[in-house]
Design a protein around this ligand. Structure first.
Ligand code: AMO
Length: 428
Protein backbone atom coordinates (compact mmCIF):
# COMPACT_ATOMS: atom_id res chain seq x y z
CA UNK A 1 0.00 0.00 0.00
CA UNK A 2 1.31 3.44 -0.91
CA UNK A 3 1.66 5.51 2.26
CA UNK A 4 3.65 8.40 0.78
CA UNK A 5 2.59 12.06 0.91
CA UNK A 6 3.16 14.77 -1.71
CA UNK A 7 2.75 17.57 0.84
CA UNK A 8 2.84 18.38 4.52
CA UNK A 9 -0.13 20.47 5.62
CA UNK A 10 2.01 23.58 6.13
CA UNK A 11 2.99 23.36 2.42
CA UNK A 12 -0.64 23.66 1.25
CA UNK A 13 -2.06 27.12 0.50
CA UNK A 14 -4.80 28.93 -1.40
CA UNK A 15 -2.55 29.71 -4.37
CA UNK A 16 -2.55 25.98 -5.16
CA UNK A 17 -6.22 25.97 -6.25
CA UNK A 18 -6.89 23.15 -8.73
CA UNK A 19 -3.73 21.21 -7.80
CA UNK A 20 -3.88 17.49 -6.87
CA UNK A 21 -2.32 16.70 -3.51
CA UNK A 22 -1.84 13.68 -1.26
CA UNK A 23 -1.33 14.15 2.45
CA UNK A 24 -1.87 12.26 5.68
CA UNK A 25 -2.71 12.90 9.29
CA UNK A 26 -5.16 12.46 12.12
CA UNK A 27 -8.86 13.34 12.12
CA UNK A 28 -9.35 16.17 14.60
CA UNK A 29 -12.98 16.81 13.72
CA UNK A 30 -15.60 15.01 11.64
CA UNK A 31 -18.98 16.67 10.90
CA UNK A 32 -21.59 15.13 8.61
CA UNK A 33 -24.07 17.48 6.98
CA UNK A 34 -26.55 15.56 4.81
CA UNK A 35 -24.71 14.10 1.81
CA UNK A 36 -21.37 15.64 2.62
CA UNK A 37 -18.90 15.69 5.49
CA UNK A 38 -16.25 18.12 6.73
CA UNK A 39 -13.08 16.70 8.21
CA UNK A 40 -10.37 18.64 9.99
CA UNK A 41 -7.05 16.86 9.53
CA UNK A 42 -3.91 17.54 11.50
CA UNK A 43 -0.31 16.60 10.87
CA UNK A 44 2.67 17.78 12.89
CA UNK A 45 2.90 20.96 10.79
CA UNK A 46 -0.71 22.20 10.91
CA UNK A 47 -4.41 21.61 10.22
CA UNK A 48 -6.62 21.82 7.15
CA UNK A 49 -10.22 21.19 6.11
CA UNK A 50 -11.31 18.35 3.82
CA UNK A 51 -14.70 18.02 2.07
CA UNK A 52 -15.99 14.51 1.46
CA UNK A 53 -18.89 13.69 -0.89
CA UNK A 54 -20.19 10.69 -2.82
CA UNK A 55 -18.95 7.10 -2.33
CA UNK A 56 -16.19 8.07 0.11
CA UNK A 57 -18.94 9.00 2.62
CA UNK A 58 -19.40 5.23 3.30
CA UNK A 59 -15.84 5.02 4.58
CA UNK A 60 -16.62 7.49 7.31
CA UNK A 61 -19.15 5.12 8.95
CA UNK A 62 -17.88 4.14 12.40
CA UNK A 63 -14.67 6.11 11.92
CA UNK A 64 -13.53 7.82 15.13
CA UNK A 65 -11.69 11.06 15.61
CA UNK A 66 -7.90 10.65 15.90
CA UNK A 67 -7.89 7.80 13.34
CA UNK A 68 -5.10 8.04 10.74
CA UNK A 69 -6.08 8.79 7.15
CA UNK A 70 -4.38 9.45 3.83
CA UNK A 71 -6.27 11.89 1.63
CA UNK A 72 -6.00 12.36 -2.11
CA UNK A 73 -7.78 15.45 -3.42
CA UNK A 74 -7.81 18.85 -5.10
CA UNK A 75 -7.17 22.22 -3.47
CA UNK A 76 -10.15 24.62 -3.73
CA UNK A 77 -11.25 27.93 -2.19
CA UNK A 78 -13.15 27.64 1.10
CA UNK A 79 -16.00 29.59 2.64
CA UNK A 80 -15.14 28.33 6.14
CA UNK A 81 -14.18 31.06 8.60
CA UNK A 82 -11.09 29.23 9.89
CA UNK A 83 -9.68 28.14 6.51
CA UNK A 84 -9.08 30.08 3.27
CA UNK A 85 -8.74 26.88 1.24
CA UNK A 86 -9.89 23.27 1.59
CA UNK A 87 -9.31 19.92 -0.05
CA UNK A 88 -12.07 18.22 -2.06
CA UNK A 89 -11.28 14.56 -1.37
CA UNK A 90 -11.32 12.08 -4.25
CA UNK A 91 -9.99 9.22 -2.13
CA UNK A 92 -9.73 8.50 1.59
CA UNK A 93 -7.58 5.65 2.86
CA UNK A 94 -8.00 4.66 6.48
CA UNK A 95 -4.54 3.68 7.70
CA UNK A 96 -5.31 3.05 11.38
CA UNK A 97 -8.40 3.41 13.52
CA UNK A 98 -8.30 5.11 16.92
CA UNK A 99 -10.21 3.46 19.75
CA UNK A 100 -13.08 5.23 21.47
CA UNK A 101 -13.06 6.76 24.00
CA UNK A 102 -9.41 7.78 24.16
CA UNK A 103 -7.85 8.13 27.65
CA UNK A 104 -7.40 11.89 27.18
CA UNK A 105 -8.72 14.45 24.70
CA UNK A 106 -5.66 15.26 22.61
CA UNK A 107 -7.22 18.46 21.31
CA UNK A 108 -7.36 19.82 24.83
CA UNK A 109 -11.04 20.86 24.62
CA UNK A 110 -11.62 18.65 27.66
CA UNK A 111 -8.81 19.54 30.04
CA UNK A 112 -6.94 16.58 31.55
CA UNK A 113 -4.75 16.89 34.60
CA UNK A 114 -0.98 16.45 34.28
CA UNK A 115 -1.05 12.88 35.71
CA UNK A 116 -3.53 11.65 33.11
CA UNK A 117 -1.62 13.40 30.36
CA UNK A 118 1.68 11.82 31.50
CA UNK A 119 -0.01 8.39 31.60
CA UNK A 120 -0.91 8.84 27.90
CA UNK A 121 2.06 10.97 26.96
CA UNK A 122 2.35 9.92 23.31
CA UNK A 123 -1.26 10.93 22.73
CA UNK A 124 -0.65 14.18 24.63
CA UNK A 125 1.89 15.09 21.90
CA UNK A 126 -1.05 15.61 19.53
CA UNK A 127 -2.11 18.51 21.72
CA UNK A 128 -0.70 21.59 19.99
CA UNK A 129 0.35 23.18 23.27
CA UNK A 130 2.28 20.10 24.41
CA UNK A 131 3.82 19.60 20.95
CA UNK A 132 4.92 23.25 20.98
CA UNK A 133 6.72 22.77 24.30
CA UNK A 134 8.78 19.96 22.79
CA UNK A 135 9.40 21.85 19.53
CA UNK A 136 10.70 24.73 21.67
CA UNK A 137 12.87 22.28 23.62
CA UNK A 138 14.35 21.14 20.29
CA UNK A 139 15.16 24.75 19.32
CA UNK A 140 16.65 25.42 22.76
CA UNK A 141 18.96 22.42 22.35
CA UNK A 142 20.07 23.51 18.86
CA UNK A 143 20.70 27.04 20.10
CA UNK A 144 22.82 25.75 23.01
CA UNK A 145 24.86 23.53 20.67
CA UNK A 146 25.34 26.43 18.25
CA UNK A 147 26.51 28.89 20.93
CA UNK A 148 28.91 26.45 22.59
CA UNK A 149 30.33 25.22 19.27
CA UNK A 150 31.03 28.83 18.25
CA UNK A 151 32.89 29.28 21.55
CA UNK A 152 35.04 26.24 20.58
CA UNK A 153 33.48 23.74 22.99
CA UNK A 154 33.44 20.10 21.81
CA UNK A 155 30.43 17.91 22.62
CA UNK A 156 31.31 14.79 24.59
CA UNK A 157 29.39 11.85 26.07
CA UNK A 158 30.57 10.49 29.42
CA UNK A 159 29.50 7.21 31.11
CA UNK A 160 26.25 7.06 33.03
CA UNK A 161 27.16 3.80 34.78
CA UNK A 162 30.00 4.61 37.13
CA UNK A 163 32.04 2.79 39.77
CA UNK A 164 32.28 5.57 42.39
CA UNK A 165 30.39 8.72 43.27
CA UNK A 166 31.33 11.83 41.28
CA UNK A 167 29.73 14.38 43.60
CA UNK A 168 30.30 12.68 46.95
CA UNK A 169 28.16 9.95 48.45
CA UNK A 170 24.66 11.43 48.78
CA UNK A 171 21.69 10.95 46.46
CA UNK A 172 23.14 8.08 44.43
CA UNK A 173 21.14 5.33 42.75
CA UNK A 174 23.05 2.10 43.20
CA UNK A 175 22.88 -0.86 40.86
CA UNK A 176 24.35 -4.31 40.53
CA UNK A 177 26.95 -4.41 37.74
CA UNK A 178 27.77 -8.07 37.09
CA UNK A 179 28.20 -8.65 40.80
CA UNK A 180 29.96 -5.34 41.50
CA UNK A 181 28.48 -2.21 43.05
CA UNK A 182 27.88 0.52 40.46
CA UNK A 183 25.95 3.80 40.44
CA UNK A 184 24.03 5.98 38.03
CA UNK A 185 25.99 9.18 37.38
CA UNK A 186 24.77 12.30 39.21
CA UNK A 187 26.80 14.56 36.92
CA UNK A 188 29.74 14.31 34.48
CA UNK A 189 31.82 16.38 36.93
CA UNK A 190 35.00 14.30 37.13
CA UNK A 191 35.05 13.25 33.47
CA UNK A 192 34.44 16.73 32.11
CA UNK A 193 37.26 18.09 34.30
CA UNK A 194 39.62 15.38 33.04
CA UNK A 195 38.78 16.19 29.42
CA UNK A 196 40.24 19.71 29.77
CA UNK A 197 43.67 18.01 29.75
CA UNK A 198 43.41 17.25 26.04
CA UNK A 199 40.32 18.91 24.58
CA UNK A 200 40.42 22.14 26.65
CA UNK A 201 36.75 23.09 26.19
CA UNK A 202 34.04 20.43 26.40
CA UNK A 203 30.29 20.23 26.87
CA UNK A 204 27.76 17.49 27.45
CA UNK A 205 23.96 17.44 27.28
CA UNK A 206 22.67 14.28 28.96
CA UNK A 207 20.35 12.75 31.48
CA UNK A 208 21.74 12.44 35.02
CA UNK A 209 20.32 10.83 38.13
CA UNK A 210 19.62 12.02 41.68
CA UNK A 211 18.02 9.80 44.30
CA UNK A 212 16.32 12.74 46.01
CA UNK A 213 12.91 12.12 47.54
CA UNK A 214 11.79 15.62 46.56
CA UNK A 215 8.19 16.28 45.61
CA UNK A 216 8.50 19.73 44.07
CA UNK A 217 7.91 21.25 40.65
CA UNK A 218 11.66 21.55 40.11
CA UNK A 219 13.13 18.19 41.15
CA UNK A 220 13.29 15.01 39.10
CA UNK A 221 15.14 11.74 39.71
CA UNK A 222 16.33 11.87 36.08
CA UNK A 223 17.02 15.34 34.71
CA UNK A 224 18.81 16.74 31.68
CA UNK A 225 21.94 18.68 32.46
CA UNK A 226 23.95 20.93 30.18
CA UNK A 227 27.52 20.84 31.44
CA UNK A 228 30.61 22.69 30.34
CA UNK A 229 34.24 22.65 31.44
CA UNK A 230 36.99 24.90 30.07
CA UNK A 231 40.75 25.12 30.55
CA UNK A 232 42.31 28.54 31.10
CA UNK A 233 38.98 30.07 32.13
CA UNK A 234 38.17 31.46 35.57
CA UNK A 235 34.69 31.36 37.10
CA UNK A 236 33.78 34.81 35.79
CA UNK A 237 34.73 33.69 32.25
CA UNK A 238 32.38 30.70 32.33
CA UNK A 239 29.66 32.92 33.84
CA UNK A 240 29.97 35.06 30.71
CA UNK A 241 29.60 31.94 28.54
CA UNK A 242 26.46 30.96 30.49
CA UNK A 243 24.96 34.44 30.18
CA UNK A 244 25.57 34.48 26.40
CA UNK A 245 24.08 31.01 26.06
CA UNK A 246 20.90 32.03 27.93
CA UNK A 247 20.44 35.28 26.00
CA UNK A 248 20.98 33.40 22.69
CA UNK A 249 18.37 30.77 23.67
CA UNK A 250 15.74 33.40 24.47
CA UNK A 251 16.54 35.57 21.43
CA UNK A 252 16.57 32.70 18.92
CA UNK A 253 13.40 31.00 20.19
CA UNK A 254 11.55 34.32 20.41
CA UNK A 255 12.47 35.04 16.77
CA UNK A 256 12.07 31.54 15.28
CA UNK A 257 9.17 30.04 17.22
CA UNK A 258 6.23 32.42 16.67
CA UNK A 259 3.55 29.73 16.29
CA UNK A 260 4.83 27.76 19.27
CA UNK A 261 4.66 30.91 21.44
CA UNK A 262 1.03 31.37 20.35
CA UNK A 263 0.18 27.78 21.25
CA UNK A 264 1.78 27.93 24.69
CA UNK A 265 0.21 31.34 25.32
CA UNK A 266 3.49 32.95 26.35
CA UNK A 267 5.55 35.61 24.61
CA UNK A 268 9.26 34.86 25.10
CA UNK A 269 11.02 37.98 26.37
CA UNK A 270 14.76 38.34 25.75
CA UNK A 271 16.37 39.02 29.15
CA UNK A 272 18.34 42.21 29.79
CA UNK A 273 22.06 41.70 30.05
CA UNK A 274 24.47 41.87 31.75
CA UNK A 275 22.71 39.84 34.44
CA UNK A 276 22.81 41.23 37.95
CA UNK A 277 25.63 39.77 40.08
CA UNK A 278 25.37 39.74 43.88
CA UNK A 279 27.69 38.01 46.31
CA UNK A 280 26.60 35.59 49.02
CA UNK A 281 27.55 38.24 51.63
CA UNK A 282 25.38 40.85 49.90
CA UNK A 283 22.53 38.30 49.90
CA UNK A 284 22.93 37.90 53.69
CA UNK A 285 22.70 41.71 54.05
CA UNK A 286 19.54 41.80 51.93
CA UNK A 287 18.01 39.07 54.08
CA UNK A 288 18.97 41.00 57.25
CA UNK A 289 16.78 43.85 55.97
CA UNK A 290 13.95 41.32 55.97
CA UNK A 291 14.75 40.37 59.59
CA UNK A 292 16.34 37.07 58.56
CA UNK A 293 19.55 36.72 60.51
CA UNK A 294 21.98 34.22 58.99
CA UNK A 295 25.60 33.60 60.00
CA UNK A 296 28.36 33.49 57.38
CA UNK A 297 28.47 29.84 56.28
CA UNK A 298 24.72 29.16 56.66
CA UNK A 299 23.15 27.73 53.53
CA UNK A 300 20.36 29.63 51.78
CA UNK A 301 17.12 27.70 52.20
CA UNK A 302 14.12 27.77 49.90
CA UNK A 303 12.41 30.45 52.04
CA UNK A 304 15.53 32.67 51.79
CA UNK A 305 15.78 32.20 48.03
CA UNK A 306 12.11 33.19 47.74
CA UNK A 307 12.84 36.52 49.44
CA UNK A 308 15.91 37.11 47.24
CA UNK A 309 13.79 36.09 44.24
CA UNK A 310 11.24 38.80 45.10
CA UNK A 311 14.08 41.35 45.12
CA UNK A 312 15.62 39.96 41.90
CA UNK A 313 12.81 38.43 39.84
CA UNK A 314 14.84 37.95 36.62
CA UNK A 315 18.18 36.22 35.95
CA UNK A 316 20.95 36.97 38.45
CA UNK A 317 24.20 35.40 39.61
CA UNK A 318 24.81 34.64 43.29
CA UNK A 319 28.59 34.50 43.63
CA UNK A 320 31.43 33.92 46.10
CA UNK A 321 29.82 31.32 48.35
CA UNK A 322 31.58 30.16 51.54
CA UNK A 323 34.01 27.32 50.80
CA UNK A 324 32.35 25.14 53.43
CA UNK A 325 29.10 25.05 51.41
CA UNK A 326 30.79 23.96 48.20
CA UNK A 327 31.82 20.55 46.83
CA UNK A 328 35.41 19.33 47.23
CA UNK A 329 36.49 20.35 43.71
CA UNK A 330 35.74 24.09 44.08
CA UNK A 331 38.66 26.57 44.29
CA UNK A 332 39.03 29.20 47.02
CA UNK A 333 39.51 32.92 46.40
CA UNK A 334 43.07 34.29 46.51
CA UNK A 335 42.32 37.14 48.93
CA UNK A 336 40.06 35.17 51.31
CA UNK A 337 40.36 31.36 51.49
CA UNK A 338 37.01 31.08 53.33
CA UNK A 339 35.33 32.25 50.11
CA UNK A 340 35.04 30.26 46.87
CA UNK A 341 35.31 31.18 43.21
CA UNK A 342 31.81 29.88 42.63
CA UNK A 343 28.35 30.95 41.54
CA UNK A 344 24.76 29.93 41.10
CA UNK A 345 22.61 31.31 38.31
CA UNK A 346 19.15 32.09 39.65
CA UNK A 347 15.90 33.07 37.96
CA UNK A 348 13.98 34.63 40.81
CA UNK A 349 13.95 31.96 43.52
CA UNK A 350 14.78 29.13 41.10
CA UNK A 351 18.36 27.82 40.90
CA UNK A 352 19.18 27.09 37.27
CA UNK A 353 22.89 26.43 37.36
CA UNK A 354 25.89 26.17 39.62
CA UNK A 355 29.56 26.22 38.82
CA UNK A 356 32.95 27.64 39.57
CA UNK A 357 36.69 27.46 39.27
CA UNK A 358 38.09 24.02 40.15
CA UNK A 359 41.11 22.98 42.19
CA UNK A 360 43.75 21.75 39.73
CA UNK A 361 46.47 20.96 42.26
CA UNK A 362 46.20 17.26 43.22
CA UNK A 363 47.52 17.77 46.76
CA UNK A 364 44.98 20.49 47.48
CA UNK A 365 42.24 18.32 45.99
CA UNK A 366 43.24 15.37 48.18
CA UNK A 367 43.21 17.60 51.27
CA UNK A 368 39.72 18.89 50.40
CA UNK A 369 38.41 15.35 49.87
CA UNK A 370 39.60 14.42 53.38
CA UNK A 371 38.16 17.63 54.82
CA UNK A 372 34.77 16.58 53.44
CA UNK A 373 35.22 13.07 54.84
CA UNK A 374 35.57 11.50 51.40
CA UNK A 375 38.17 8.79 50.83
CA UNK A 376 40.81 9.84 48.22
CA UNK A 377 41.25 6.11 47.43
CA UNK A 378 37.76 6.17 45.84
CA UNK A 379 38.97 8.96 43.52
CA UNK A 380 42.33 7.39 42.58
CA UNK A 381 41.67 7.33 38.80
CA UNK A 382 40.59 10.94 38.87
CA UNK A 383 43.50 12.07 41.04
CA UNK A 384 45.96 10.24 38.79
CA UNK A 385 44.97 12.39 35.82
CA UNK A 386 45.89 15.50 37.84
CA UNK A 387 49.52 14.46 37.56
CA UNK A 388 49.40 14.59 33.76
CA UNK A 389 49.41 18.38 33.42
CA UNK A 390 45.99 19.51 34.58
CA UNK A 391 45.29 23.08 33.41
CA UNK A 392 43.46 25.57 35.64
CA UNK A 393 39.81 25.20 34.65
CA UNK A 394 36.21 26.19 35.40
CA UNK A 395 32.75 25.02 34.44
CA UNK A 396 29.08 24.79 35.29
CA UNK A 397 26.04 22.54 35.13
CA UNK A 398 22.72 23.98 33.94
CA UNK A 399 19.38 22.21 34.54
CA UNK A 400 17.81 22.15 31.07
CA UNK A 401 14.36 21.18 32.37
CA UNK A 402 14.33 24.09 34.80
CA UNK A 403 15.49 26.48 32.07
CA UNK A 404 12.58 25.28 29.89
CA UNK A 405 10.06 26.13 32.64
CA UNK A 406 11.41 29.70 32.74
CA UNK A 407 11.27 30.01 28.94
CA UNK A 408 7.70 28.74 28.82
CA UNK A 409 6.50 30.52 31.94
CA UNK A 410 5.31 27.51 33.96
CA UNK A 411 6.40 26.06 37.29
CA UNK A 412 6.40 22.28 36.88
CA UNK A 413 9.34 20.51 35.20
CA UNK A 414 7.09 17.54 34.43
CA UNK A 415 5.46 19.60 31.66
CA UNK A 416 8.77 19.90 29.75
CA UNK A 417 10.02 16.30 30.13
CA UNK A 418 8.62 13.54 27.93
CA UNK A 419 8.45 10.79 30.54
CA UNK A 420 9.39 12.34 33.89
CA UNK A 421 10.87 10.21 36.66
CA UNK A 422 10.16 11.25 40.24
CA UNK A 423 9.77 9.26 43.47
CA UNK A 424 6.15 8.43 42.53
CA UNK A 425 6.53 7.93 38.80
CA UNK A 426 8.48 5.18 37.06
CA UNK A 427 5.98 4.42 34.27
CA UNK A 428 5.25 4.76 31.40
P1 AMO B 1 24.23 20.93 40.85
O1 AMO B 1 24.08 19.72 41.73
O2 AMO B 1 23.93 22.25 41.48
O3 AMO B 1 25.73 21.06 40.31
O4 AMO B 1 23.35 20.74 39.56
C1 AMO B 1 23.40 21.69 38.51
C2 AMO B 1 21.99 22.07 38.07
O5 AMO B 1 21.27 20.91 37.67
C3 AMO B 1 19.90 21.07 37.96
N1 AMO B 1 19.45 19.99 38.85
C4 AMO B 1 18.24 19.40 38.81
N2 AMO B 1 17.18 19.58 38.00
C5 AMO B 1 16.07 18.82 38.19
N3 AMO B 1 15.98 17.86 39.14
C6 AMO B 1 17.02 17.63 39.98
N4 AMO B 1 16.92 16.67 40.91
C7 AMO B 1 18.21 18.41 39.83
N5 AMO B 1 19.41 18.44 40.46
C8 AMO B 1 20.14 19.40 39.86
C9 AMO B 1 19.74 22.41 38.65
C10 AMO B 1 21.13 22.70 39.15
O6 AMO B 1 21.39 24.08 39.28
N6 AMO B 1 28.63 19.28 39.09
C11 AMO B 1 27.90 20.47 39.46
C12 AMO B 1 27.91 21.51 38.36
C13 AMO B 1 29.27 22.11 38.13
O7 AMO B 1 29.87 22.65 39.08
O8 AMO B 1 29.74 22.08 36.96
C14 AMO B 1 26.45 20.05 39.74
O9 AMO B 1 25.99 18.99 39.40
O10 AMO B 1 19.33 23.36 37.69
Amino acid sequence: MDISRTHLIEDLNSSMEGQDVVFGGWIVDLRKLGKMAFLTIRDVTGMCQVIVKGDSMNLLEGLNRQSVVRITGKVQASKAKDFDFEIAASEIQILAKAEYPLPIDPIGRLESDIDNRLNSRALDMRNQKTASIFKLRHHVLSSIRETLSKEKFIEITTPKIIGSASEGGANLFGLDYFGNQAYLAQSPQLYKEQMTIGLERVFEISGFYRAEKSHTGRHLSEFTSVDIEAAFMDYTDVMNVLEKLIVDVFRKTSEKCKIEQEHIGNQIKVPDSPFERITYSQALDELKNDDIKLEFGDDLMDSHLRILGDNHPEFYFLTDWPMKLKPFYIHEKDDDPTLSRSFDLQHGYLELSSGGRRLHDPEQLKARLKEQELDPANFSDHLESFGWGMPPHSGWGLGLDRLMTVLIGIDNVREVVLYPRDPDRLKP
